[in-house]
Design a protein. Structure first.
Length: 86
């Protein structure tokens, strides 16, 4: 997907990391605890991991499973958060 189109889709949510296995399986994560999945046709928010108190910093996918890494923003000390899904 063209970078300009990706940036336009997420103007209200800063994206920190994008990973995928091809143009039909892409994940994007970022601020405000939001993660998105692209299926080749449209982006869909993954509501199961949404948390406004987490800043997602990385994502890794292999087509069968995904890992999303983030840090908490609502206290000290910050904590690392890892989501793993299939």
């Amino acid at each position: 997907m063209e970078r300009r189109r990706l940036a336009k889709k997420f103007d209200d949510n800063p994206i920190a990391c994008v990973d995928g296995t091809g143009k039909e399986y892409i994940m994007a994560v970022g601020g405000f605890g939001k993660a998105y999945l692209y299926n080749g046709y449209r982006w869909k928010q993954i509501k199961a991991v949404e948390n406004l108190n987490i800043l997602f910093r990385g994502v890794w996918v292999n087509g069968k499973e995904a890992f999303i890494i983030g840090i908490t923003t609502d206290g000290y000390p910050q904590k690392t958060v890892v989501y793993h899904g299939k």
